[in-house]
Design a protein around this ligand. Sequence first.
Ligand SMILES: [Zn+2]
Ligand SMILES: [Zn+2]
Length: 365
Amino acid sequence: MKEFHSFGWYAARISPHLPKKAFQPVPSRLFGGLAYFLIALSGILAISLLDLHPIWKTLISVVLGFSFAALGFLGHEILHGTVVRTPWLRDFLGAVAFWPLCTGPKLWRKWHNVTHHAHTQDEEKDPDAWPAVEKLAKSRLLRWVYNIPFTIRAFFAFSSLAITFTLHSTRMLFYFLKDFQPRNRSIVFFQFLLPWATWIGLLFVVGFANWFFIFLLPLLIANFIVMSYISTNHRLNPLVPVNDPLANSLSVTVPKWVDVLHFNFSYHTEHHLFPSMSSKYYPLVKEHIKKMWPDRYHEMPMIQALRALWKTPRLYYQQTELIEPRQGNVYGSLGYGLDPSHIEYRKMENKKQVLTKKVAGQLKK
Ligand SMILES: [Zn+2]
Ligand SMILES: [Zn+2]
């Protein structure tokens, strides 16, 4: 059994090596946000007011999609309080940045800051964690999904990244609504509805053809971009008994210019060590982690991480492994035998030990 440490344990050891300014908010991040906001606004106006060829509209739509995603990354940062500290301003700016992705600040902070960060990769408590094989017995939907042949499932899983963020955040609204005090529930609901109302209102102003290029296509692109990161953040890592970011998180690497455009969102392990620190300083945190715990740190190029996701199932087996239940193929997770450059599996000798008789019977051979 590996020794785990909490994120506070690591943070306490790295903090003395960081400059004081690393713990201050960085309001200049808003210039990046303003640039994306102006680009998005210009794109929306150009599509609605100019008589452009569909090719131009498609190109502008792609730029809008990239801007929506980048604004989402900035919204994540803002709502962690790393840009401004005044609560109402933080929430207001966070709401503006998350407007294209239609996620309200109150719900996001509850779902992401309070729950995902505090209980990362805890099977029961992390709303973003993937299930363990035992859940097959309880969920007809999951059994249906795992009856689909692996390659077809992987293809649909990747295609669905284009809608997953929107679906998951809508699910989170209903999942968490009851946990808010009654007087806050209407605010949470309002913050969810307002962005949708403006986008749907726009549909009636500009007509469906233009709305497709202004909102629908960019939303799918933005979903795909943010989910390409989010899906690599923890899904190759094990479920853990202690919230240890070096065990349960992965930092991906992307070209420097992509990091600039995406506000260093690739530094996810660093983010889990210091969620209240501006991502501007994460390259520095990374240097220290790699010096202090080189064997524990997980890092790989984003393309390699996506490829590894494609090739592995998303059902946990005994916390540290992943299982394809139909064939009884068992894969490692990061730190537990998974080599992303050479993915292998072992055959389970008796899959009935893992699956109850009933579930085994419901899965095709
Ligand atoms: Zn995370
Ligand atoms: Zn976060």
